[in-house]
Design a protein around this ligand. Structure first.
Ligand SMILES: C=C(O[C@@H]1C=C(C(=O)O)C=C[C@H]1O)C(=O)O
Length: 379
């Protein structure tokens, strides 16, 4: 049969499918009404499995896999549509509405801010870009920064989460699932590392370099070019500079910043030793309560998807169906589980859109873990 006739047949079938699809969605809306009245959960995984098994039998082995993908997508859109009728007053929606109405128009200039490390740390530099007059409290580790915000000791906390050359700061992602917090703002800081030592010391004298793992990774080609130098990891780049300043050794250097050279009286042995000139670290500014400032256009979520085929694909399809641009997907193993993962999504999205709020309400009602981490601007 010529192509033209075959396409005419497809058009006729599509007309019927579209008609049936609209009817199916109409019935899904009625089911949503029943669920709302009776408090029945949106998801019914057993019912979906029954339909999948019946449909795959009906179409036969050759088309079974395709039919499953089609029907899983159909269940997704059916559930998304039902959320419009179901979650008109979900706890998450109420929290979002409250945050939008109570957050001031402008991000504060002054605040008590928790940072990891000591004076001169990159987190401090980021905090000083985020706030005009931050009053910074330093903590030994990132866990304590999360705790300081959660306990109300500090209004905000500043944490590095990703570097453009060396990738995610895994330990910060791993801590996210243990703490309650929201992202109020994000910021990219350009990072130029220097090799620092006490005055008068030459590069040839150095036998040991200390710094934070992230800085060591961002400078790996420079380090690999040095012969017989021991590399030692420490908690923070500013702490590394302070350690060198307090040491009597003439063969010790730190990878740290220009600011730390001035602060701790060290000299720069090598300038800009990071992999690339375009080396940026993304910092998040966390808060205890949800704050949504006008113009917020980035949204972050933490989700554990079920251990079954296509579940990550189905999740991404939900974002795609609203035309949301995913800017980051990070997966981290859940310790103690059988290779199960926590997924962290960043996307360009605004809670001014009712469809986005509906999607979040739908995700918060599903059985798997879902945490809304905030809607914020990124500078
Ligand atoms: C329509 C329903 O809601 C959801 C969507 C389904 C569907 O589109 O067929 C099936 C089960 C539920 O997860 C229902 O509960 O029947």
């Amino acid at each position: 049969m010529p192509l033209k006739h075959l396409r005419e047949d497809i058009d006729k079938i599509d007309t019927k499918i579209a008609d049936l699809f609209a009817k199916r969605m109409g019935i899904a809306a009625q089911i949503a009404g029943e669920k709302k009245d009776t408090g029945t959960p949106l998801w019914n995984i057993r019912r979906e499995k029954e339909i999948l098994s019946r449909i795959s039998d009906q179409v036969g082995d050759a088309l079974g896999g395709y039919a499953r993908i089609l029907y899983n997508t159909m269940f997704d859109v059916s559930r998304s549509y039902q959320t419009r009728f179901l979650y008109t007053d979900s706890p998450l929606k109420n929290e979002i509405d409250k945050a939008i109405s109570q957050t001031p128009a402008l991000f504060p200039k002054k605040a008590v801010v928790a940072c990891q490390g000591i004076e001169g740390s990159y987190s401090q530099l980021a905090a000083e870009k985020l706030f005009e007059f931050p009053s910074i409290m330093y903590f030994n580790n990132w866990d304590s920064v999360f705790n300081a915000v959660d306990k109300g000791l500090c209004q905000y906390g500043v944490l590095p989460i990703e570097n453009s050359s060396y990738g995610s700061v895994g330990p910060v992602y791993d801590l996210m699932k243990n703490h309650h917090f929201y992202i109020a703002k994000a910021f990219k800081l350009r990072i130029a590392h220097k090799l620092l030592a006490k005055p008068g010391i030459k590069l040839e004298d150095i036998t040991e370099i200390i710094s934070h793992d992230q800085a060591l990774g961002q400078c790996s080609p420079f380090i690999e070019g040095l012969k017989d130098v021991k590399i030692t990891s420490c908690d923070n780049t500013a702490m590394a500079a302070e350690l060198v300043a307090n040491s009597q050794r003439k063969d010790l250097a730190a990878i740290s910043s220009k600011e730390c050279a001035e602060l701790y009286g060290l000299e720069v042995l090598s300038e800009d030793i990071q992999i690339s000139d375009n080396n940026y670290t993304r910092f998040i500014c966390i808060s205890k309560n949800l704050e949504i400032y006008p113009g917020a256009n980035k949204l972050s979520l933490m989700i554990s998807v079920p251990h079954r085929p296509s579940s990550l694909y189905n999740m991404i399809a939900k974002f795609a169906s609203l035309g949301l641009n995913l800017t980051k997907l990070e997966s981290r193993p859940i310790p103690g589980s059988d290779f199960e993962f926590m997924f962290y999504f960043d996307m360009e999205a605004s809670l001014q859109s009712p469809e986005v709020i509906s999607l979040l309400c739908e995700l918060s009602a599903q059985p798997e873990l879902f945490v809304f981490l905030g809607n914020y601007t990124e500078n």
